[in-house]
Design a protein around this ligand. Structure first.
Ligand code: AKG
Ligand code: FE2
Length: 216
């Protein structure tokens, strides 16, 4: 167990377990940290409103998205890519909240900060199909995912779409690191148990995905 100084109190972080190369840290964030993070994300969404994007094939995604950081992940008819500005406001994305950068450093041990903090919002019935994260320029850096709010069934596979998969219910405060062999592993959210958490007053789930996009 690793104790980390957060200013007022020393927080004990879970060690994590390995599932098919994914590193899973149940309960990384305390309830107080989760509340503070939601507050910080309200600030992000006020500057960069959530949009319900379209896939390159023209289908509306069920998840709503926004980003923080130097680059934001977007999708529309022109394809999946990273952009320096919000697609509707045209303004640069707001900075990644400090506590998210702290989490990235603590869980990865990396000095290099992520370029993108993608914020996914799952309302009732939203899900995300099995996919790989492969729009980044360097797969040597891990992807870190943070879950807040309602529980979600997270499916983890291998680098081939047909590989066997294993699923866990991600809960509020859980962190998953996709690095090494799992960096290009298929993953997705099959379903969310709407109303299973009280973190968000109206229910729903927020997922943050932190990525290094462009090196250097
Ligand atoms: O919501 C999640 O837990 C996964 C999100 C994800 O895989 C992505 O945004 O690429
Ligand atoms: Fe992903």
């Amino acid at each position: 167990m690793e104790a980390e100084k957060t200013g007022r109190t020393a927080v004990t972080r879970p060690e994590g377990v390995e599932i098919r190369g994914f590193r899973y840290f149940p309960g990384w964030l305390s309830p107080e940290e989760q509340t503070a993070l939601v507050e910080a994300l309200r600030g992000v969404a006020a500057e960069a409103p959530f949009v319900q994007p379209e896939t390159p094939g023209g289908r509306k995604m069920s998840v709503r998205m926004t980003s923080a950081g130097r680059l934001g992940w977007v999708t529309d008819r022109r394809g999946y890519r990273y952009e320096p500005c919000h697609p509707v406001t045209g303004r640069p994305w707001p900075p990644v909240p400090g506590m998210v950068l702290d989490l990235w450093r603590a869980v990865t041990g990396l000095v290099r900060a992520p370029d993108c903090c993608l914020v996914n919002f799952y309302g009732e019935g939203a899900k995300m199909g099995l996919h790989q994260d492969r729009d980044e320029g360097d797969f040597g850096f891990p992807v870190v995912s943070v879950s807040l709010g309602d529980e979600a069934l997270f499916r983890m596979g291998g680098t081939d779409r047909a590989d066997r998969t294993e699923s866990v219910w991600l809960k509020s405060g859980d962190v998953v690191v996709m690095g090494g062999a799992a960096r290009l592993a298929f993953h997705g959210i099959d379903r969310v148990r709407h109303g299973s958490s009280r973190l968000l007053p109206q229910g729903g789930r927020i997922n943050l995905t932190l990525r290094v996009v462009q090196v250097p």
